[in-house]
Design a binder for this molecule. Structure first.
Ligand code: ZN
Length: 687
C-alpha cells in the first residue's frame, strides 16, 4: 500500500515536472522534430460524417439542437407558411406568399441543418421528413430551373429585376448549400438536382454577354464554389468569380437596376403591408440623394480595393467567405491580400470581445472604427456565425492559428449566446449589457437567426480537425474522434478526450494499422500562456509556429499525445478608442468571456466596481446552467448618501465603497434564468 502510494507520488512529481517543462522533464522524443511549413499549407476539411463529438460541453448542446431546436424551427416554418409557399408556387395549394421575401432560404437552411444531423445520427423519421420537404420544393421548380416562391407567387414579371432586395440569389445560394449537404449526408440526389437546375438557370442568365447582375445579399458566391466542389462543374466557379467581380462598378449595378424598376410599382411586404418596389433602395442606398451609396451591400468599391468592412454585417461575412473560397480554388493573390486587410479591419477595430460584429440596428451592420456600444449592441447571431464561416476559410488559406482563435472566440461566446440552453428561444440582436426588458424570442418576423442556429450547430464537427498533405490538424479541443485518409491512402483515427473549456488538459490517442510518418499539428490558443505537450508521456520542446505545434514523427497505433493549456482568469481592457468600454474590464477564462448577471449579485450591477488588484478565483458549479465554471471575486460597491431619483446630472457627491462578493458566469450561459440585468464590461478602479 505504502509502496503504491510512493509510486503514485513519483508519478505525480514527474507529471508536474513535465507540465512545467522543468529540467527534470525528459527531452524531446528522438523521432520528433519541429516542422515549420514555409509556405501556407492547403488545408482541407475532415468530412463531417467522419467526426464524432462526444464531449461534456458540446454533446448536451448538440443534443438539444437535434431534439428540440430542429423540430421547433420546422414547426414554425410550417405554421408561418414558409414551407407552404412551395405548395402555392407548385399550384398545389391556393393562397398568397407568406413571410419575408427570402423565406425560401429559411427552409433550405433547415434542410442543411437536418442533413448535418443525418450525417452523424441516422434517423429514419427525420430523413423521411426531409425527403417529403424536398419533394415539395422540387414540385415548385419551374421548367427552366428557376425557383423563388416569392417572385413566382407574387411578382413573376419582376424575376431577376430587383436583385438588390428580392433575395433570389441569396435563396439560391442557400438551396445549393442544402443540396450539397443533403447529398453528402445521405447520398440522395433529389435536392442536389434541384440546385443544379437552378444553378444552370442562373448561369444561363448572368455573365459576360448576358445579364449584368450581382446579389444584394451575398451567399450565392460561396455556395457556387461549394456546388463546384461537389460536382466538378467549372462554370459554377466562374459564375462565383463573376458575381464577386461585378461589385463596386460606377454607376452601381443596383443604381442601374433602380432606374429600370417601375417607379409606381407596389409590392407586398411583411405583415401584409404594401410598399413601393423602390422603398428599400430609397431607404438604404438613397438616404442622401442624389448620392446612390451601396455600401450597405459592400458595393462601394470593387472587391480587391476594399479595406474597410462596411454595411450589413451578415452580407459582409458571406461576401468575404465567398472571396476566400474563390481564392482557395484559384490562388487569386488580390483577393487574399484584400481578405487580410478586411480581417485586420474587423478584428482590430470592429469586433466585440465576444467575437460578434455589427453594432448598429440601423443597417444591421458596421458603423465606424472602435464604435462598439454594449447595451444596444446589435451583434446579430447570423453575423456571429458568419465570423466562424469566414475565419475558418481564412485558416484553410493560411494555416494560421490566429484565425482559429477568432473562430473559437465567436463560437464559444457570441454564437452560443444566440440560443437558450433549452434550445427554443433565440437572440436576433445579442447585447453585451442589458436591462430587464431583453429576452430571447421563440421566433421573429424575420427568422434568419433561429434557422441559422438550426443549421450551424450540427456543423460544428467540421471545425475541429483539418488535414493537409503532411498530416492532421487539431484545431478545437472538443471530445470525440475523427477518422480520415491521408494522402498516402492510409487511415488515421484520433480520439480526443478533454474537459475543455472548463479544464485545459487534452489527450489525443492515435490509431493506425501500421506505423506511419506524418505531422500532427496541435493548436496552441493565442490567449494561453505557456502550454505543455507530451508524446507518450515525454515532454517535447517544439516551439509553436503560427499558433500550432507541428509534431512530425513516425506515429504508431496507441501513441498518446497530451496537451496542457493553462486556463487562467484574465482581465481584459478595451482599446481606449472604444469609448463605450473605457474604465471597464471584461473577464476571460480560456476561450470564454464572462458576464455578471444580477441574480448572482448582492449589489446592483451599476454600482459594482472591480478593483485592479481584486482577487479572482474560479470553481466548477455542476448544478448551475448545466455545469459551468464560475469566477468569484471580491469587488467593491459604490454607495452614496443621496439617491439619483431627482437628477440626471449633479455635482460629484461624497461616496464610499464597501466590499462585496461577485460571481461571473460564462456569457454563453447568459439569459437562462429569467429577465434580469447583465454586464460583460465591469467598472474598474485602481487598487
Ligand atoms: Zn439573423
Amino acid at each position: 500500500m505504502l509502496a503504491h502510494e510512493g509510486i503514485k507520488l513519483e508519478l505525480w512529481i514527474f507529471s508536474l515536472a513535465v507540465l512545467l517543462g522543468s529540467p527534470r522533464a525528459v527531452g524531446a522524443a528522438k523521432a520528433t522534430q519541429s516542422k515549420d511549413p514555409k509556405e501556407a499549407p492547403r488545408l482541407a476539411e475532415v468530412p463531417i460524417r467522419q467526426v464524432v463529438i462526444d464531449d461534456k460541453f458540446w454533446s448536451p448542446r448538440l443534443e438539444v439542437n437535434r431534439t428540440k431546436t430542429l423540430d421547433h424551427v420546422y414547426q414554425e416554418l410550417e405554421a408561418t407558411g414558409s414551407i407552404r409557399n412551395f405548395d402555392v408556387a407548385a399550384k398545389k395549394a391556393a393562397g398568397k406568399f407568406s413571410q419575408p421575401w427570402w423565406a425560401d432560404s429559411d427552409v433550405y437552411k433547415w434542410i442543411e441543418g437536418a442533413s448535418y444531423v443525418l450525417a452523424t445520427h441516422p434517423d429514419p423519421a427525420l430523413e423521411a421528413k426531409v425527403d417529403d420537404l424536398i419533394a415539395r420544393i422540387a414540385a415548385a421548380q419551374e421548367r427552366d430551373g428557376y425557383i423563388d416562391t416569392h417572385v413566382q407567387i407574387e411578382e413573376p414579371d419582376l424575376r431577376w429585376k430587383d436583385l438588390a432586395f428580392f433575395h433570389e440569389l441569396f435563396c439560391a445560394g442557400s438551396l445549393f448549400e442544402a443540396g450539397v449537404a443533403h447529398y453528402q449526408a445521405t447520398g440522395k440526389r433529389a435536392l442536389r438536382e434541384v440546385a443544379i437546375k437552378l444553378a444552370d438557370c442562373i448561369d444561363s442568365t448572368f455573365g459576360p454577354g448576358k445579364m449584368d447582375g450581382i446579389p444584394g445579399h451575398e451567399e450565392v458566391e460561396l455556395a457556387l464554389v461549394r456546388l463546384y466542389r461537389a460536382t466538378g462543374e467549372q462554370r459554377y466557379l466562374k459564375l462565383a468569380e463573376y458575381f464577386l467581380n461585378g461589385r463596386g462598378q460606377k454607376p452601381s449595378v443596383f443604381e442601374r437596376e433602380y432606374n429600370r424598376l417601375p417607379a409606381d410599382r407596389m409590392v407586398n411586404w411583411l405583415g401584409g403591408q404594401t410598399i413601393n418596389v423602390r422603398f428599400l433602395d430609397d431607404h438604404f442606398f438613397r438616404a442622401h440623394p442624389p448620392a446612390f451609396d451601396t455600401s450597405y451591400s459592400q458595393d462601394n468599391l470593387p472587391v480587391r480595393e476594399q479595406s474597410v468592412a462596411v454595411g450589413h454585417a451578415v452580407r459582409a461575412m458571406y461576401l468575404y467567405s465567398g472571396m476566400a473560397d474563390v481564392a482557395y480554388e484559384t490562388g487569386d493573390q488580390g483577393l487574399m491580400k484584400t481578405l487580410d486587410r478586411l480581417n485586420d479591419n474587423v478584428t482590430l477595430r470592429r469586433m466585440y470581445v465576444t467575437g460578434g460584429i455589427g453594432p448598429s440596428a440601423k443597417n444591421e451592420g458596421f458603423t465606424d472604427d472602435y464604435d462598439l456600444p454594449n447595451d444596444n449592441a446589435y451583434q446579430e447571431t447570423c453575423a456571429s456565425a458568419g465570423m466562424v464561416l469566414w475565419n475558418h476559410r481564412m485558416f484553410k488559406l493560411t494555416g494560421d492559428g490566429r484565425y482559429i482563435d477568432l473562430l473559437e472566440q465567436s463560437l464559444y461566446n457570441a454564437v452560443l449566446a444566440g440560443v437558450s440552453l433549452e434550445g427554443s428561444t433565440f437572440c436576433y440582436a445579442t447585447p453585451l449589457a442589458c436591462n430587464t426588458a431583453f429576452k430571447r424570442q421563440p421566433w421573429f418576423e424575420v427568422p434568419c437567426c433561429p434557422t441559422t442556429v438550426a443549421r450551424f450547430f450540427p456543423s460544428v464537427g467540421r471545425y475541429i480537425y483539418s488535414q493537409s498533405e503532411d498530416g492532421l490538424w487539431v484545431n478545437l479541443y472538443i471530445g470525440g474522434q475523427a477518422s480520415t485518409t491521408l494522402q498516402e491512402g492510409w487511415k488515421v483515427t484520433v480520439r480526443q478526450t478533454t474537459n475543455y473549456p472548463w479544464e485545459g488538459k487534452v489527450k489525443l490517442q492515435v490509431t493506425l494499422e501500421k506505423p506511419e510518418e506524418f505531422t500532427l499539428h496541435l493548436r496552441v490558443p493565442g490567449w494561453a500562456g505557456e502550454s505543455a505537450v507530451t508524446v507518450n508521456g515525454e515532454t517535447i520542446s517544439v516551439p509553436a509556429s503560427k499558433g500550432y505545434v507541428h509534431i512530425h514523427r513516425q506515429w504508431s497505433g496507441g501513441d498518446v499525445v497530451g496537451l496542457s493549456v493553462p486556463l487562467e482568469i484574465q482581465r481584459l481592457e478595451a482599446n481606449p478608442k472604444v469609448l463605450q468600454s473605457r474604465g471597464q474590464v471584461a473577464l476571460r477564462r480560456g476561450p470564454l468571456i464572462y458576464c455578471l448577471e444580477q441574480i448572482d449579485q448582492t449589489a446592483d450591477l451599476d454600482r459594482i466596481v472591480l478593483p485592479t488588484r481584486a482577487t479572482l478565483t474560479d470553481h466548477f458549479e455542476p448544478q448551475l446552467l448545466g455545469g459551468v465554471t464560475v469566477i468569484n471575486g471580491q469587488a467593491r460597491v459604490r454607495a452614496s448618501s443621496n439617491s439619483w431619483d431627482q437628477y440626471l446630472y449633479r455635482p460629484v457627491q461624497p461616496t464610499h465603497t464597501e466590499a462585496v462578493a461577485i460571481k461571473a458566469i460564462p456569457y454563453c450561459g447568459w439569459g437562462n434564468r429569467g429577465h434580469q440585468e447583465m454586464r460583460v464590461w465591469i467598472d474598474s478602479a485602481g487598487p
